[in-house]
Each structure stands twice: as C-alpha cells, then as structure tokens.
Design a protein around this ligand. Structure first.
Ligand SMILES: Cc1cc2nc3c(=O)[nH]c(=O)nc-3n(C[C@H](O)[C@H](O)[C@H](O)COP(=O)(O)OP(=O)(O)OC[C@H]3O[C@@H](n4cnc5c(N)ncnc54)[C@H](O)[C@@H]3O)c2cc1C
Length: 475
C-alpha cells in the first residue's frame, strides 16, 4: 500500500534545515508542506507593514527551497482546522504537525486546533522548534516547585550545560509531491504593506549569521552596549520567523568557544552572545509555562499596581521627541527601520515606564506596530523585565538615566546624530547646559534649536515613580 503523506504546517519556522517540526512530521510519512493564512496570521501582519514584507519574502524564499527539492509550498487561506481537515481528505494525509508558538493567545489557538484535528480522527503534533533548548528540557533539570524557571541566573546556569539537539540531517525527510491546488503566495499589499526590497529567507539569514561569527562576534560585548557600533547580529527578525534555527546558532557559537587559542576578549563576547540567546529561550519558556503573563505581570505582588494608560508626553515618546537624545534616536531608528539597538530599547522602555509611569503594555503594543520581529513572548518578557514586574529579581526596578546612558554609550553623539537630524550639526557641547548651582540637566538646553526640550525632568519623575513603586511593593 502506498505511504500516506503527513502535513507539515509552517508557521514561524520558515526554513528546511535543522527543523524539529519537519523531522517530527517526517517520522509519520512523506511531508506535505502547507502554509495557512488564517485570521490571526493576517492580523499580526496587518499590525506592522514591515513585518508583512519580511514574512512575504521569507515565504517566497521557503517556496523556492521546496521547489529545489521537487516539492512546493501549498498556500491556503481560511480557518486552520477546516483547511487542514479538508486538505488531509484531499491528499489522504494521516495528520499534521506544526511548531509551538509561545504567547498566551497563540498557545490557546494551537491547543484548540490540536483538539479539533483529533476530533476529526487526525494525528496532530505540536513540536518545540523555536528555542535552542525546549522548555520541558530545561524544566526537567530544575529542582523546586512550579513549572520552569522564573529567574534567569539559575536558568542560564542549567541552559549552559544542556546539550543542543540537532535535526540537520533527518534520515526520513522527504517531501510528498503536491497534487493539491495551492492559492497564490502571500503578497505584502494583502496586509496593507508596500513591497520594499527586504532581504529575508534562510539563505540570507545563514549568511548574516556566518558573517557575524566571522567578522563581528569578537566585538559583541562592545556592540551590544554601544549603539553607533551596529555590529550586533541583527538576527532577531530571522529568528522570529524561523529562517534560521536557534539550535544551529548556539551549536556554532559553542564550537567556536571551545577553541583553546581564542583571545579572552573574543571569548567574553561569545559568552555574552550565548547569554543573549539564552535570554531568548528563557523568555520563551517563561511564557510557555505562564501563558497568562502575556497581559499580566509575572510577579503576583505587582498585579494591582496602577500604571497610567496616557500621559501628556506619551505622544513625544511615540514620535521620538522627548528631548532626551538617546531615547529619541532609538525611537526614530525603530520607526525608520523596524529594529532598535538592544541597549537603547532598554533605555527607551525604561523612560516610558518610569519617567512617564505609563503601562508597559502600551509601550509593547506600540512597538509591536513598528517592529519586524514577530515575537510577542519576547517583547512581553523584556517589557516586564524592564518595568520591574517580571522575571528580573532585583528588589527595585533599574531606572535608566537617559542622559547618563547617552554620555556613557554614545559619548561622541554618533548614534544620536545619525537619527536626529536637528542635532546633526549642533556641536556636542551645545547639547547640554546646566542651570547654575544645579546638578540637573537644564530644561532649556535646546533653546534656539529645532530639537524639543525635555518633556519631563528625569530625576524628578524617576524619584516620584520609585516612591510609588516602593510603597506598593511593600504594602
Ligand atoms: C523593551 C524591550 C523589548 C524587546 N522586544 C523584543 C521583541 O519584540 N522581539 C525580540 O526578538 N527581541 C526583543 N527584545 C530583545 C532584544 O533587544 C532584541 O532581540 C535585539 O535587539 C535584537 O537585535 P539583534 O538580533 O542584533 O540581537 P543580538 O544582541 O545580536 O542577540 C542575538 C539574538 O538573541 C536574542 N536576544 C538577544 N537579547 C534578547 C533578550 N533580551 N530577550 C530575548 N531575546 C534576546 C534575539 O533573538 C537576538 O536576535 C526587546 C528588548 C527590550 C529591552
């Protein structure tokens, strides 16, 4: 009897190599590749036109790779359960597999889909593909109550010792020849975006990583702090759409660190890079085991804390006109490119939460409309961390002083000048003034220039916030 195919439903795992989901599907039969554009997918893509462009390009690249292997991506639009059940009948498939997503609503949808398919008599398998170390693997080595890790330090200690699985060469992987009709590949205008020459897809992702490892990784410690340097790996969008596997990155970095002749500066940089990747896995497992935290603080004691939903200076934060150059440069970089330097993200998020006291969800959702990355669980974990209500175990939130950060990490103003044209030709010494006898940054420093004056005074606002936070946390 001819072997029956098994459907693999691609989601945020748009590649063929080192693929846990494909390997799982292949163990059931020849793999039939499917992409469903359902309402939830469309809604995510409509939120951010740049994300939509990146997704469409990544899908196109995946289809090319499949065609090189004698297959092709089958595209269907509609509700996932109905699409998969219909397709399974058409091609005689025994079931479907797909890879897990990690934010609360996606987890719910996946669980519902699994039940619906099983009710239809199909096998339905959800596989961890996005993290280098799957949540259950790290949880298995944890001692203590409750699922998974809530603190990063012990998580990282365990993560660093765990082996990384490889799905580089699954022996059984072969693709079914698609006889079923496919709809057209997704086009960016379908989601309200404009075509814009984005470089996406597995080949581009792998080249970017190899170049980073070869040319820039040794300076990662510096680059991750200094925004003008711009030599972090820039892999976040590729990782979020699964164009490259986190496992293959971690394996390659670990192999490189094993070189006994490596200079200590490079070793330190590579360790920091692994730490960044471990942070990714940490937040994914946090959201996996605590799905309600997509909208609620992880720290139970902070659940009733009153954040503001609006503020007279909120619009200035959104537009990058707060009067704090590092914050504004970061926001403008995000608006212009769909990406912001990692350290500047922390400073800009801190300003929103503490200088304005505005709800971290407002900031997260705002950036979600601008970012290319499609990773709500990572956005949530980071925003909660910064807001002092998530996994950071410090007693009080770390409030960044945006001016001190600028002086320390952009001392010559290179990054600021790149993104704030109003300051491009203003000599650095004229950016700042001090009121006589005051240690505070002057509020009228930019008089005579087009650049906005600070919309709130950092020291005053931060102190007031901290007082409120302390009172609430100790009540
Ligand atoms: C307030 C705030 C919001 C953020 N929102 C997002 C988001 O929506 N999506 C997202 O992918 N990252 C987010 N990050 C994490 C981090 O800033 C980005 O992953 C990073 O800027 C991407 O640039 P890169 O690829 O050059 O990173 P690199 O520094 O080169 O790091 C390599 C990879 O490690 C992962 N990584 C690094 N740092 C973190 C981290 N703190 N948490 C989780 N993963 C990490 C990313 O996948 C990244 O691509 C956020 C950080 C902050 C402070």
């Amino acid at each position: 009897m001819a072997e029956r195919p098994f459907i693999y439903r691609f989601t945020n795992d748009l590649r063929l190599d080192d693929h846990a989901g494909l390997a799982a599907a292949a163990s059931h039969g020849a793999v039939f590749p499917l992409l469903v554009i359902d309402e939830a997918t469309s809604a995510r893509l409509r939120r951010s036109p740049r994300r939509a462009g990146f997704f469409c390009e990544s899908v196109r690249a995946l289809d090319v790779e499949l065609r090189d292997r004698g297959s092709a991506l089958c595209i269907r639009r509609g509700k996932a359960a109905a699409v998969i059940a219909t397709l399974a009948r058409e091609i005689g498939a025994t079931g479907a597999a797909w890879s897990a997503r990690y934010d609360g609503s996606a987890i719910d949808r996946d669980n519902r889909l699994q039940s619906q398919l099983e009710e239809n008599g199909l096998t339905a398998t959800i596989v961890h593909d996005a993290p280098a170390v799957a949540p259950e693997e790290s949880a298995a080595v944890r001692s203590g109550d409750g699922p998974g890790y809530r603190a990063f330090a012990p998580y990282f200690e365990a993560w660093a010792q765990l082996p990384i699985a490889s799905y580089e060469h699954p022996l059984l992987l072969r693709f079914a020849r698609g006889e079923a009709a496919s709809e057209a590949l997704p086009e960016v205008h379908e989601f309200g975006g404009e075509p814009g020459g984005v470089a996406a897809g597995p080949v581009h992702a792998r080249r970017s990583f190899e170049r980073f490892l070869r040319e820039h990784a040794a300076q990662y410690a510096f680059a991750s702090r200094v925004p003008a340097d711009d030599r972090t790996s820039h892999l976040s969008a590729h990782l979020s759409f699964g164009a490259i596997s986190a496992r293959s990155i971690v394996r390659a970095v670990r192999d490189r660190i094993a070189d006994p002749f490596m200079l200590s500066e490079e070793r330190m940089s590579l360790r920091l890079y692994l730490r960044a990747l471990a942070h990714r896995d940490f937040f994914l497992q946090l959201s996996w085991f605590h799905a309600h935290t997509t909208d609620e603080p992880l720290q139970e004691k902070m659940r009733g804390f009153q954040w503001q939903r609006s503020h007279r200076a909120l619009e200035s934060w959104r537009r990058g006109t707060t009067g704090y150059p590092l914050v504004d440069a970061g926001i403008r970089q995000l608006r212009a490119t769909g990406w912001m330097h990692p350290h500047v993200r922390a400073v800009a998020a801190s300003w929103l939460c503490f200088d304005l006291g505005v709800d971290w969800r407002v900031g997260r959702d705002d950036w979600d409309r601008l970012l290319i990355e499609d990773d709500l669980a990572l956005a949530t974990g980071n925003w909660q961390w910064i807001a002092g209500i998530g996994a950071d175990m410090a007693q009080y939130p770390r409030i960044y002083n945006p001016e001190r950060q600028r002086r320390r990490y952009d001392p010559a103003g290179l990054y600021v000048r790149q993104w704030i044209p109003e300051l491009r030709h203003v000599p650095l010494e004229e950016w700042y003034g001090r009121r006589s006898g005051s240690t505070q940054l002057s509020l009228s420093l930019y008089d005579g220039e087009n650049y906005a004056p600070p919309s709130v005074e950092h020291a005053v606002a931060a102190r007031a916030f901290l007082r409120r936070y302390r009172e609430f946390a100790s009540s």
